[in-house]
Ligand binder design. Structure first.
Ligand SMILES: [Fe+2]
Ligand SMILES: [Fe+2]
Length: 436
């Protein structure tokens, strides 16, 4: 089994070592160490209008954020060495195709820096090439409320993941799973200007275990293909490169562990539950008319939302048996029992893993706060909302009703009945077309 070691830094914070897989440097997983958080932000854009606009936008935040502005990629690279920066925001249309290079360099030189890209409506092709390198995408023209919320959420997420309770539990884990080699190879392929889905399909075919699980997911109620895919190449053609890449990550994690060693924890039950939440979260996102990216992120976040359970159960099987028996004995929700035994829950542990892997922030925050969405700043409907609602609807006896205060803050508390109907449909569909 592949693992990256989690060492302990001076001061006690965990820091996992960098590694190189297939020639591609993976994000060095040290974004959540215990150094004090500097709220510094670097904006990189060569469009003078955008520059002026960003400066105006940041004016009200001067007390909270120290902002620096660069007009070119090379200037920004020089500025990076004057870091650390909390966030780098780069315009996708940066002259000379410099955005991709800047993101790669930032990932290598300052892996703890969050990478955000500004992209316009016509930038889909370009965007695909930088997706594996970025943690958040903001749309142009830039909406002030969207920018402020993104900065706040980015900051709060890092604060949560570097809290003493999370640092302590991650330190106890000792090891965390590395990114799968197949995921890294697909990422490399997608970074090429002339990437091909046929090549991605070929790569997936080389790992029969993952290929089988990917086909299972593609043909389940989760994705809802009109015609069933029978080969990995067909599945990849329909899913697209980006969705395939992240599904491969989930498929890999769920096939890594020996189920017998983790009993009574059940990997199969977790897989079924995760797929059901993923399917419903995606449907809720569609019904709320979220954009395609948020629909996809809702589905993926649903698939990953309880991954921390798998991590805790596999790395500390004895302690996790204690969690399961405590929950059963005292009628506690799993997260409450985990809190008693570990001082943190599977939500933070799962989010930590996804953060270390460099997955998109909307996915990471959905996992981090799926039991307590009110702790995430912001008033917009996001994958966090859809996963929280889906989890609650499909797990009613454990989670009860959703957090009404949170839904009221978003102004969507009266959508509950509609979501309830969707949940019944997903349950029926998964009985007709089994999720596994
Ligand atoms: Fe769950
Ligand atoms: Fe959960």
């Amino acid at each position: 089994m592949l693992h990256s070691t989690v060492g302990v830094q001076r001061g006690g914070g965990p820091v996992a070592t960098a590694r190189c897989i297939s020639g591609l440097m993976e994000p060095v997983p040290a974004p959540m160490n215990d150094r004090p958080m500097h709220r510094r932000i670097l904006f990189v854009a060569d469009d003078p209008h955008l520059h002026r606009f960003l400066r105006q936008l940041m004016e009200p935040l001067e007390g909270e954020w120290q902002a620096c502005y660069c007009r070119s990629g090379p200037e920004a690279l020089k500025q990076l060495s004057d870091g650390p920066y909390t966030i780098v925001v780069a315009d996708l249309r940066l002259g000379g195709g410099y955005c991709q290079e800047l993101l790669i360099q930032t990932r290598e030189q300052a892996p703890e820096t969050v990478r955000i890209v500004l992209a316009g409506p016509g930038d889909q092709e370009l965007l695909l090439r930088v997706l594996p390198l970025t943690q958040r995408i903001l749309s142009k023209p830039c909406d002030p409320a969207e920018l402020y919320a993104a900065l706040q959420r980015t900051h709060s997420l890092r604060e949560l993941l570097r809290s003493p309770a999370v640092v302590s539990i991650i330190g106890r884990l000792g090891q965390i799973p590395t990114l799968s080699t197949l995921y890294s190879r697909i990422s490399e392929e997608l970074l090429k200007p002339d990437y091909s889905l046929a090549k991605v399909g070929e790569l997936v075919s080389q790992d029969p275990g993952i290929a089988a699980r990917l086909l299972q997911v593609a043909n389940s109620a989760l994705i809802g293909l009109r015609r069933p895919a029978t080969t990995p190449a067909q599945a990849v053609r329909v899913l697209g490169g980006e969705l395939t890449r992240t599904l491969v990550l989930a498929a890999d994690l769920f096939t890594r562990y020996n189920p017998a060693r983790l009993k009574p924890f059940s990997i199969d039950a977790l897989w079924d539950h995760s797929q059901a939440v993923a399917a419903l979260a995606g449907k809720i996102a569609q019904s709320e008319r979220l954009d395609d990216r948020s629909v996809r992120d809702s589905t993926l976040a649903g698939l990953f939302h309880d991954i921390g359970q798998l991590l805790l159960a596999s790395q500390m099987p004895e302690a996790y048996r204690e969690v399961l028996s405590l929950a059963r004995r005292e009628g506690l929700a799993l997260a409450a029992a985990e809190q008693q035994v570990f001082g943190a829950t599977h939500a933070e542990v799962g989010a930590y893993l996804l953060g270390v892997w460099g997955l998109h922030d909307p996915l990471v925050e959905a996992v981090a706060w799926h039991h307590a969405p009110e702790q995430c700043p912001g008033t917009t409907l996001s994958p966090l909302t859809t996963v929280h609602v889906a989890e609650t609807l499909l797990n009613e006896q454990e989670a009860g009703r959703p957090n009404v205060g949170y839904l009221e803050r978003l102004g969507i508390e009266d959508h509950w009945n509609r979501w309830h109907d969707l949940a019944r449909k997903v349950e029926t569909a998964s009985r007709e077309v089994p999720l596994k």
